[in-house]
Write a protein that binds this ligand. Structure first.
Ligand code: SAM
Length: 248
């Protein structure tokens, strides 16, 4: 969305919030159905607490990485039911685009998040994914062939929270190339991944990539990786796309 329009929408959203209509703070937005919260956060005794904890932790990392600053054009790959988006609603980013292969979650995000902030757009893509073993949704297109429907260098900040944790290495390597294409120079990706120093392994939904093989795909895609932190077995990295050299 045009940055001028998104600033106007954000101002209108805040004005409506002040008047008591359609609040945008994370605690004032309805929670998604428990089934969706469990699909993105796993089964726990307290799905609400786990859902909120993850949203807050990822927001902290995005803030620390300066990925939520004014004017940012933000892409959330595998946005699920908006666990992170609900926290981004009150940030001064210029635009948010999230996509996922779960139709019900995208519908929920449109009904509950875009309604509050029209510069938040949620897109459904029918993609094949190992995640079908959890939620039963078949997709039409192999993720390894999926060309992100965005122009080159469209985004300043890209998030993949618990996405490569559910994708085989070949698919992740393809996504890394797409991320490199759609990210602006000097932009940043924040992602989590499961890593092992030994043989890669999977239970059909969770994928543990060999650390060296994963980092090789990252550098082959043209990114500079930086390890941030490990949280509950998820390894969080930022990938940066260095400024274009003069004359290239
Ligand atoms: C653990 S959930 C995380 C959702 C969201 N990122 C969050 O942090 O709440 C994993 C999500 O990845 C989505 N997903 C799985 N395979 C995908 C793919 N190839 N491309 C995009 N999304 C995918 C699933 O539908 C699911 O919503």
């Amino acid at each position: 969305m045009n940055p001028v329009f998104s600033t106007i929408f954000l101002k209108i959203s805040r004005w409506r919030t002040k008047r008591g209509a359609l609040p945008i703070g994370p605690d004032s937005i309805p929670l998604p159905p428990e089934e969706f919260m469990e699909l993105v956060s796993g089964r726990t005794d307290n799905p609400v607490e786990q859902f909120k904890w993850a949203g807050e932790v990822v927001l902290r990392m995005l803030d620390e990485e300066a990925m939520t600053k004014p004017g940012t054009s933000f892409l959330d790959v595998g946005c699920g039911c908006g666990r992170i988006a609900r926290y981004l609603l009150s940030k001064p980013i210029a635009s948010y685009t999230g996509f996922d292969r779960h139709p019900g979650m995208i519908r929920w995000c449109r009904d509950n998040l875009s309604r509050r902030a029209p510069h938040f757009e949620f897109q459904y893509h029918s993609l094949k994914s190992a995640y079908r073993n959890l939620d039963g949704h078949d997709g039409a297109q192999p993720a390894g062939d999926f060309t992100f429907p965005y122009q080159n260098e469209s985004f300043d900040a890209i998030l993949l929270a618990s996405i490569f944790t559910h994708m085989p290495l070949e698919e992740s390597a393809h996504y890394l190339k797409e991320l490199q294409r759609v990210l602006r120079f000097e932009g940043k990706v924040l992602l989590s991944v499961f890593l092992t120093d030994g043989e890669p392994h999977s239970n059909g939904v969770d994928f543990y990539h060999n650390s060296r093989a994963f980092l090789k795909s990252v550098t082959e895609a043209g990114f500079v990786p930086k390890f941030r932190e490990e949280l509950k077995g998820h390894y969080w990295y930022t990938l940066s796309k260095p400024a274009q050299k003069q004359g290239t």
